[in-house]
Design a protein around this ligand. Structure first.
Ligand SMILES: NC(=O)c1ccc[n+]([C@@H]2O[C@H](COP(=O)([O-])OP(=O)(O)OC[C@H]3O[C@@H](n4cnc5c(N)ncnc54)[C@H](O)[C@@H]3O)[C@@H](O)[C@H]2O)c1
Length: 336
């Protein structure tokens, strides 16, 4: 039985608490939130839950093996560091930290302490992404050519991070998981219509060495809600439409083959538009699968799918994107 302390019970925290409360091999020892009203709401649902407004009550608690952190981004580094130094395993919300240096330091501390550090990249546990990974690993898509994502709606405007830091971690973590490729550089542009310098509309391009390219369109200011990822290969292309209730993934047997007619030095393009099929995917709650992975990895000393290294890769892209936005879209190299 892994004993959990959770810090943060705002918008996302209730989903984590509900899932950890329902696992047979985990027990939530204590819930911490600096707002007493939030704790009262949780106790209304789970009357026997112990609560505190002080994070130290989680860190100093010898009955706690692991800390789940669901607070705003600017608090992640400090809270996770304190938890790791207190000898606890940590599940940290996305985006992992506010800077690359912070993420690296947390990974080092986790290694030194022999503790698990995992990031809540929930999308890696969706049936849709699992199927995309399966198709890619089987070679069914051919050589990967591009990844294109759109995540726009009339969204909740955050006060501490821009729209890329808020929304793109989902898609960037999926890109990182599916491709395993190291990006070379980014170009990003964005604007703030809120007059606080926090971009509410942003476009990010991630460049790779091998002609693969990825693009992200993120907005809190769209009248329509679109949640779509496209993964294009030389053989097949996959569309993941998260707004579809059941048929979330469609695989298109579509591609174009390019050949050169030597005598005329002309490029010939042959279009292939074949069948579209809808694979069956698992519709179980991704956050529950992530919570189970967290507990399993603590018990078995194994690496989770949503690893801290994947969390760091995401922060590398976001940090470079931020620099590019400040330089009006100039290419910014990604240092590994
Ligand atoms: N994985 C996902 O799909 C997903 C979805 C939404 C949000 N998130 C992430 O979850 C995190 C929290 O987002 P949110 O929208 O729930 O924020 P929120 O502001 O709604 O809630 C944060 C809660 O943390 C509490 N808090 C803040 N600092 C604290 C501290 N030092 N000690 C104790 N309590 C503290 C606040 O009182 C608040 O109740 C963010 O990192 C966000 O990116 C993830």
């Amino acid at each position: 039985m892994i004993r959990i302390a959770q810090i943060g019970y705002g918008y996302w925290g209730p989903n984590l608490l509900r899932n950890f409360m329902s696992l047979g091999n985990a027990k939530v020892e204590i819930l911490v939130d600096s707002q007493i009203e939030r704790l009262n709401q949780a106790v209304g649902l789970f009357p026997s839950l112990k609560t505190s407004i002080i994070a130290d009550d989680a860190f100093n608690n010898t009955d706690v093996d692991a800390v789940v952190i669901a607070t705003p981004v600017f608090t992640h580094y400090e809270l996770a560091k304190r938890a790791l130094l207190a000898g606890k395993h940590v599940l940290l919300e996305k985006p992992m930290t506010a800077t690359v240096d912070q993420a690296k330091e947390l990974i080092d501390i986790a290694l030194q302490k022999g503790k698990l550090l995992m990031v809540d990249h929930t999308f890696l546990y969706t049936g849709a992404v699992e199927k995309m990974k399966e198709l890619k690993d089987q070679g069914a898509l051919g050589e990967l050519k591009y990844f294109d994502s759109t995540r726009i709606n009339l969204g909740l405007i955050q006060q501490d991070v821009n729209v890329l830091w808020d929304l793109a971690p989902h898609d960037i973590s999926v890109l990182d998981y599916l491709t395993n490729e190291q990006p070379v550089s980014v170009n990003a542009t964005g604007v703030s219509h809120i007059h606080n310098g926090i971009e509410n509309v942003a476009y990010l391009t991630v460049n790779y060495q091998n002609n693969f390219i990825a693009h992200f369109n993120c907005s809190w200011s769209s009248p329509v809600k679109i949640r779509m990822m496209l993964l294009g290969g030389s053989e097949k292309m996959v569309v993941f439409n998260d707004m579809e209730p059941t048929e979330k993934i469609k695989v298109y047997d579509t591609a174009h083959n390019v050949s050169t007619l030597e005598e005329k030095q002309k490029v010939m393009i042959d279009y292939r538009v074949g069948d579209v099929y809808v694979p069956k995917i698992e519709l179980a709650e991704p956050l529950r699968k992530l919570a189970l992975d967290f507990i399993h990895c603590i018990e078995n000393n194994t690496e989770p799918r949503a690893s801290a290294i994947g969390g760091l890769s995401t922060i590398r892209i976001l940090e470079a994107a931020q620099q590019s936005i400040k330089q009006s879209g100039k290419e910014v190299k990604i240092e590994i």
